[in-house]
Write a protein that binds this ligand. Structure first.
Ligand SMILES: [Mg+2]
Length: 266
């Protein structure tokens, strides 16, 4: 779990975009572009917001990606009819701007017994939900918060038993994923490729899973934006998902106001 110094608490909204600078945008999805719901399947991004993302992508030569714990198939469904570069499962799978897929896999020798162990453990805790993502597992307890400690203990024992795995705690969820995959690594990978390369990275996220992403963009002199309450490594804050939607509109009007050509400069 990330430890946070009190001086990292900020309430400053993100700064206006500077004329003549080139930006790349990275967005978490749940809790950032989509309000959290009791069931992960009930989450959606309003069409007007999806259209704002497309407009922002077009204004940055396509330098906009979604960076989420969800598999990329779900991210495509949530952002349809548009299609963006994506990092799914905390970067364990990534589709770059050229539509090339990069995927970290776990051996079947690990996946099958790990899934059996988790299924057995979770089935004893009514209201919890096990989500299999191929190379990762999410142990949800939003509907059964009393099981928080047992779910965490189960996840910890799984990571101890099987090599090459790490834990990723989140809001009412604990994830088990391959070691070395995180949102910071995913953002760094995008930033080495066009059209992201050479731009100023902006990353917006709301949860513990986003802290590595904040650190990565801070190290690149980028703009890190935390959505909602809580301390963290982000330098700026937006209060909630509705604020993110408003901010997207502001970004687009800044671009228009700056009289910048479509598909060129911000
Ligand atoms: Mg989130």
């Amino acid at each position: 779990m990330t430890t946070v110094a009190p001086e990292n608490i900020t309430d400053t909204p993100p700064p206006p975009l500077q004329e003549g600078r080139l930006y790349a945008f990275f967005f978490d999805v749940d809790g950032t572009l989509a309000a959290l719901q009791a069931e992960p399947d009930a989450v959606s991004i309003p069409l007007i917001v999806r259209d704002r993302l497309l407009a922002l992508s077009q204004a940055t030569d396509g330098a906009l990606a979604l960076v989420s714990g969800r598999p990329i198939a779900q991210l495509d469904a949530l952002s349809a009819p548009h299609r963006f570069p994506l990092a799914g499962v905390h970067g364990a799978e990534r589709r770059d701007a050229e539509s090339q897929l990069h995927r970290v896999t776990l051996s079947e020798k690990v996946v099958t017994p790990l899934q059996n162990m988790l299924q057995q453990g979770m089935s004893a805790m009514q209201g919890t939900l096990l989500e299999a993502k191929g190379m990762a597992f999410a142990l949800h307890y939003r509907q059964a918060p009393a099981f928080e400690h047992q779910v965490l203990a189960l996840a910890e024992s799984a990571v101890e038993k099987f090599p090459g795995l790490q834990l990723q705690p989140g809001k009412c969820v604990v994830e088990i994923k391959p070691q070395g995959t995180d949102k910071g690594a995913a953002i760094r990978a995008f930033m080495q490729e066009l059209p992201f390369k050479g731009r100023i990275p902006v990353f917006v996220g709301d949860d513990l899973t986003d802290e590595k992403g904040f650190l990565a963009v801070n190290a690149m002199q980028g703009i890190s934006v935390k959505v909602g309450e809580g301390a963290g490594h982000a330098h700026y804050r937006l209060n909630d998902v509705a604020d993110v939607y408003d901010w997207l509109e502001q970004l687009l009007s800044q671009i228009k106001h700056n009289n910048v050509g479509k598909g060129s400069r911000l």
